[in-house]
Design a protein around this ligand. Structure first.
Ligand code: FRU
Length: 496
């Protein structure tokens, strides 16, 4: 059966779209409770919404001795409706406590949703910037807003909201997703935007000395002629220093597919180089797609990190997924530590390895082929290649021979999720992702968590994020090689 999801929706779309959580009825609350108790497809270590829809991570910061994370949340259904900010805290970036909606769009300046934004921590106060989304008859407008997170975990909207009303001259209503940073005693706000002149995407910049009064500066000139410059909109800009280099991250929409890049509906780009706020420029030394898989969008980095720079993203942009049957849709990726090595941005889920996978279990050697029965679908598979051949396949196979396959032939990596039926509707974006590396492959870590797989090549020099929704839980790993590729295989289950 091809999954469509529509017949399974439990609510009427029209009445609900702009409902806020404070208006939830007893019946809604009973439905929420029912959804929360079903664990089908729920990852153990990836954040999912208790009910409804999750999208971008927001307000990610370290403040008052805890990690704080918010996400875009529509509580009532699995389509994109009125966006709230759900709040979570953690002491280790792995185990999270959920606190409910902390920004509920009840004011006129955010009449159609509290859209994405980021945090900055200054003088014992966390400032949360977000976009008040306004839908007009046939158009839209955007206000930039501020809310304050206090040490008792309460969030209060700034009385002087919005801090920026509407959009600057020359830009459409698509101006959103503030990221605020400090540079030489001044604060800069980056916003994703769309020019009126050519309807192309860009990043615009505002400046402030006190975080409440903002002055428009102009566009950030990303100094390179690259395919992403053709996007019709840039969403979710981010900028941080990693190992002494400036890293600019954004989510361009509408970029044409290249050979092995930009095959998703929306994709994410990072640029390594140097930012110059006085001249509003970013000089690019290297750029690439941030993730090479199917499901990765709108990442955000951790503000005020006590140790490594860290990133987390929304795993996917699909409109319909089988988890909708169970009243929720979407998850976030694992938090990934960032580093720059050999002029490439690396991402690696270090905290998962430190906190959950610290005990090393026994390793197997690949001898032609290995078939391993899986006790659960939450596991980490580490493969270490010995010198010599590099031709092998890892298949995650269920009883009906449906599988996700990772095929490595020297420097060519292919990831297939061809025969999972729910991806039928995505086929215009293809069911294979490929990558040709310009380095030798030494290690692969594949983390599977019920309905999401993250694959880290060479400690995260390249990463593939991939959702899959197996109907049955019985699975095995089939690892095989046609030549004498020597692999050390280590499998560990993820247990809470
Ligand atoms: C990215 C995005 C943002 C916007 C938010 C709305 O996925 O479209 O640009 O603020 O989602 O939920």
């Amino acid at each position: 059966m091809i999954f469509t999801g529509k017949e399974l929706r439990w609510r009427n779309v029209e009445n609900l779209k702009y409902k806020t959580i404070d208006l939830a009825t007893e019946r809604d609350v009973r439905n929420f409770e029912k959804i929360k108790t079903n664990s089908k497809y729920r990852p153990k270590f990836h954040i999912t919404p208790p009910h409804g829809l999750l999208n971008d991570p927001n307000g990610f910061c370290y403040y008052n001795h805890q990690y704080h994370l918010f996400y875009q949340w529509f509580p009532f259904d699995t389509f994109h409706g009125m966006k709230h900010w759900m709040h979570l805290t953690s002491s280790d970036l792995i185990h999270w406590q959920e606190h409910g909606a902390k920004i509920t769009p009840t004011e006129g300046y955010e009449s159609h949703g509290a859209y994405s934004g980021a945090a900055i921590v200054e003088d014992d106060q966390a400032y949360l910037f977000y976009t008040g989304n306004i839908k007009l008859e046939s158009d839209r407008d955007a206000n930039q807003c501020l809310a304050l997170l206090s040490s008792d975990n309460s969030v209060t909207k700034y009385a002087g909201n919005p801090v920026i009303q509407s959009v600057p001259e020359g830009y459409t209503g698509h101006v959103r997703d503030p990221k605020v940073l400090k540079d030489g005693g001044r604060y800069f706000m980056l916003l994703g935007a769309q020019r009126k002149a050519d309807m192309k995407g860009c990043i615009i910049v505002y400046k402030s000395f006190d975080l409440t009064k903002w002055e428009f500066q102009g566009e950030l000139n990303i100094e390179i002629n690259a395919p992403f410059q053709s996007a019709y909109m840039f969403e979710c800009p981010d900028l941080l220093k990693v190992d002494g280099q400036d890293v600019l991250i954004f989510s361009p929409q509408g970029v044409e597919p290249q050979e092995f890049r930009f095959h998703n509906k929306f994709n994410v780009v990072y640029c390594l180089g140097a930012v110059d706020f006085d001249n509003l420029s970013f000089k690019v030394e290297h750029w690439d797609e941030l993730d090479r898989g199917f499901d990765f969008y709108a990442p955000q980095t951790l503000a005020n990190s006590p140790d490594k720079p860290t990133l987390i993203a929304w795993a996917g942009t699909d409109e319909e997924l089988p988890s909708m049957d169970y009243g929720w849709i979407h998850c976030l990726t694992l938090p990934r530590s960032l580093s720059v090595k050999q002029q490439r941005l690396h991402q690696y889920p270090e905290k998962l390895f430190e906190k959950v996978l610290a005990v090393q279990s026994e390793s197997l050697q690949l001898n032609g082929e290995q078939s391993i029965h899986l006790d659960s679908l939450s596991f980490a598979l580490n493969l270490e290649l010995e010198q010599g051949g590099c031709n092998f396949e890892v298949a995650l196979v269920n009883e009906n021979n449906r599988s996700v396959n990772l095929v490595v032939n020297d420097n060519h990596i292919s990831l297939f999720r061809t025969n999972y039926e729910h991806h039928a509707e995505d086929w215009c974006f293809g069911s294979t992702r490929e990558l040709e590396t310009d380095y030798d492959i030494n290690t692969i870590s594949l983390i599977c968590d019920e309905s999401i797989i993250e694959i880290y090549i060479n400690d995260g020099r390249d990463v593939f994020t991939c959702l899959f929704f197996p109907q049955d839980v019985e699975h095995r790993l089939h690892i095989s090689s046609t030549d004498n590729t020597k692999l050390n295989i280590n499998l560990q289950y993820l247990t809470k």
